[in-house]
Ligand binder design. Structure first.
Ligand SMILES: Cc1cc2nc3c(=O)[nH]c(=O)nc-3n(C[C@H](O)[C@H](O)[C@H](O)COP(=O)(O)O)c2cc1C
Length: 168
């Protein structure tokens, strides 16, 4: 589970959440998304992130500012993607945006099959990455022998993490 997270942001009336792969880009946390999705605009400012690692029973809740992953890093890592997601990224930029409605799944599959990505193969401009710079983190560790969970809040203040114990 350490490679996955739930990312959230405020929607019009309620919180919006989705599962994303949580990546390591040069020791920074990062996510890769397509900028045609409506989530691009809110997430490209700040994110709320949740990840639970069942093997060690630890949950992290993180608030982070975001900045763009450098274009050359996106380009390089995009080439390592399997063929279907590469096609989908070209579909989003040349046919219709991610998360938009389409007539049917059959129509989707036909149109994806008809995508003719450029040669040599490169990432479309809409394939993007965001570096996450946490400014608040909370770690909850359930694996305590005495059964009382260990919960710590970390706040980034003046170039240091300030640690506070919270009631679990
Ligand atoms: C295990 C898993 C991993 C996922 N990883 C990503 C990802 O790295 N990037 C991404 O854009 N969507 C990923 N998704 C799909 C998103 O959860 C979401 O359905 C999609 O991005 C559409 O989101 P939107 O409605 O906010 O545009 C993943 C879904 C699952 C279940």
């Amino acid at each position: 589970m350490a490679n996955l997270c739930t990312i959230g942001h405020n929607g019009d009336t309620t919180a919006e959440m989705r599962t994303l792969v949580l990546r390591d880009v040069d020791n920074d946390l990062a996510i890769f998304i397509n900028s045609t999705s409506p989530k691009w605009r809110p997430l490209s400012q700040s994110v709320s992130l949740l990840t639970y690692w069942p093997s060690i029973q630890v949950q992290f809740r993180i608030l982070a500012n975001t900045s763009y992953v450098a274009e050359d890093i996106v380009a390089e890592s995009w080439l390592l993607r399997p063929d279907p997601p590469k096609r989908m990224d070209w579909f989003y930029s040349s046919v219709t945006a991610q998360s938009s409605p389409i007539a049917s799944r059959e129509r989707l599959l036909e149109q994806v099959a008809a995508i003719d990505p450029p040669t040599p193969l490169i990432a479309p401009k809409t394939a993007q990455g965001l570096i996450l710079s946490p400014y608040q983190m909370e770690r909850l560790d359930l694996s305590q022998d005495n059964g009382v969970h260990d919960r710590t809040l970390y706040l980034w203040q003046q170039d240091n993490w300030v640690e506070t114990t919270l009631v679990p």
